[in-house]
Design a protein around this ligand. Sequence first.
Ligand SMILES: [Zn+2]
Length: 250
Amino acid sequence: MGQVLAGLLRLQSVETELAQVRRRLGSRRRAVRVQEKEIEQLRDVEQQTHDLIMQKRRQADELDLELKSREEEVSRLRVSLNNARTNKEYAGVLTRINTIKADNSKTEEAALKAMQEVESLNEELQQIRQRIENENKRLEEIRQASQAEVDRLNEMIEELSAKRAEAAQAVPPDELAKFERIAENYDGEAMAQIEVHGKKPPHTYVCGGCYMSLTAEHVNALQTRDEIRTCDNCGRILYLEPRQEEARTD
Ligand SMILES: [Zn+2]
């Protein structure tokens, strides 16, 4: 194996480690975000429940006011009843009083219902607040537990980044740029080993990155030249294991 490909392979091995550590860091951060989201949703429900309570209370208050004004009217009508001069007038006032009383019992029922709703919503609100408190405690636990791991992973990333920079220096700029472009597409996996299938010639060749078949031309070229060749299907940089480099394809 020539210097360029050997340099790229060293770079790949650091890049692979780095990608693994980054994935672990990502999943730690996700765990915290998932928990934060859970709390956010509970807070939304808390706000909605709170608003609904206020709305029901206002409704109950309005119904109470309505009741009071009607009761005052009934009191006034009772005075008129006592002062009625004719039977007709008396009967008329009495009918109005009875109508108002019938309406009032409906309003009372509605007011009672609204207050009962407020009560049960208040219970719900307490339960939601208790859940928020519990989930906040869990979030704190998750944060504390992951902090040590996050610190450790960040340290590893720092060390690996230094190693990566060192390995990158051994690769010519054009090849390095190509490697980086491909690595970005494949989460750090820029290179693929050519897999040789079949015990004796003619062998078949497969890209170890995408498992599509490759022509023998790639293998022949890599056995003699130190250059970047990419898979026709996935575009990863192909390489041969050292013992494959020795084996002839013809
Ligand atoms: Zn491929």
